[in-house]
Write a new protein. Structure first.
Length: 123
């Protein structure tokens, strides 16, 4: 039996006008972005309330502890420092969703991969 190698991601999403940032951690980035997209407009969720489903930054880690530590570090940064991190990685702040998944998610997206195998905290 082979063990599946997991990758963990610290990521930043923004709203369509690039005014609000959300930082999170996931081991299934396409699924997590889909969840943010499907939750748009839902007040109970920070990312949903502010329409933060556009991926502008992500970094992969071998260990979840490292991804969480980096997420916590980013959350302690000023907006300018976060903007600088994103700009260094993605100078035009292009939405990266299409680079990692089929975008936008189809109507059956909520039914697929509904395992919620991700860890996330709100910004």
């Amino acid at each position: 039996m082979r063990l599946k190698h997991l990758e963990y991601f610290t990521y930043i999403t923004t709203n369509p006008l690039k005014k609000v940032l959300y930082t999170g951690v996931s081991n299934n980035l396409p699924q997590r972005i889909t969840e943010h997209y499907l939750n748009k407009g839902i007040e109970a969720s920070f990312a949903g309330k502010y329409y933060c489903y556009n991926l502008v930054y992500f970094k992969s880690f071998k260990y979840v502890e490292d991804a969480i530590a980096f997420e916590k570090r980013i959350k302690g940064w000023s907006r300018k420092k976060k903007d600088d991190l994103i700009t260094e990685y993605n100078p035009t702040w292009r939405f990266l969703n299409e680079d990692i998944m089929e975008w936008p998610p189809g109507p059956d997206a909520a039914k697929r991969n509904d395992t919620r195998r991700c860890v996330s905290e709100e910004q």
